[in-house]
Design a protein around this ligand. Sequence first.
Ligand code: UD1
Length: 373
Amino acid sequence: MNIAIQMIKNKKLLIDIIVGARPNFIKVAPIFKIYKNNKKIKKKIKFRLIHTGQHYDYDMSEIIFKQLKIPKPHVNFNIGSGSHAQQCAKIMLKYEQTLIQKKSDYCIVVGDVNSTLACSITAKKLNVKVIHIEAGLRSNDMTMPEEINRIVTDSISDIYFTTSKYAVNNLMKEGVKKKNIYFVGNIMIDSLMNSLDFIKKPEIFKKLKLENEKYILLTLHRPDNVDNIKKLKNLILNLPSKDRLKIIFPVHPRTKRLLKNIEAHFKFINFIDPLSYFEFSYLLKKCLIVITDSGGVTEEATVYSKPCITVRNNTERPETVIDGTNILVGNHYKKISNFINKAYKGKWKRSKIPEMWDGKTATRILKILYNFQ
Ligand code: UD1
């Protein structure tokens, strides 16, 4: 064989994997889990893990790396908090330098956070092909920063890995060629399934005398819900305040700042620090019902068959409502107590696990990457 052709054939692909925020870490862990023990793939692909530092607290980042055995990043840009423009600009400058020093063949971005947007644009401008995991989600709500991030990222991606047929349809409606879309399933569920033997009862379970299926788990962090104190108060006031069910609220740092002034008024809620992935999974698996504004939590609740109320008017993950356990209440907070009663009486809607949320998504993704040149 011609030496030049042989060299091209043997060329190892350098693929960047970008992570920045808590849900990103959970979505890439399954790729490394499989990669670690697969000599064949290792021969063909080298990953360069890049942490932008968008999330930086121990509870928001390091603990998840430890629990999910994610390798140490090649580099951490340590960009920290800031406005959207500040975060994106800092990430773009740093990633551009990284790519100029050593250009990769592909750049994998996941989800919809600012790190996803910033790195996809930077890679594309340097002619690095962009692969988007969790592509095609659409809430059709352009007031959400995540929706802007998704749409921009998908508009410049080369390869699309999707979690559902709804996402495939969204991309095709926007003109993406079918041959570039791969319906591979939900990689976050790989992490959930890989962790089933490791989920861990948090200390507060004993401290607060929690009992299985006798408490409500609450998570809120979206700007639309937590940046407006009046709205946040109104939401909390519509939660059951005295009776049989305890409310546990692991507070995201963003929400913590805002709650500082009002926490004292809501003694019936147990505000706790963010939990590790294994501990949060435990609380979710054992709760009666979860009330949330996180997309990822609605997916996990569906797989655990846990009743789930989303305090948003829309979702980019319709399968969690159509197939899963999720219902949307939007701003109609008064409905919440009725739904809690339904869960209490065991009268939640029937649900099933969406197609290909089977814990094998990372395997499918790596198989596809292996065949890339
Ligand atoms: C980001 C994502 C959101 C995702 C969420 C998961 C964007 C636009 N949003 O929102 O899609 O659902 O992550 O958690 O990218 N903070 C800390 N410590 C940290 C991280 C954040 O104290 O480790 C505080 C800072 O005050 C910061 C605020 O939280 O200003 C918000 O953080 P940021 O990364 O801007 O957005 P999130 O709300 O976490």
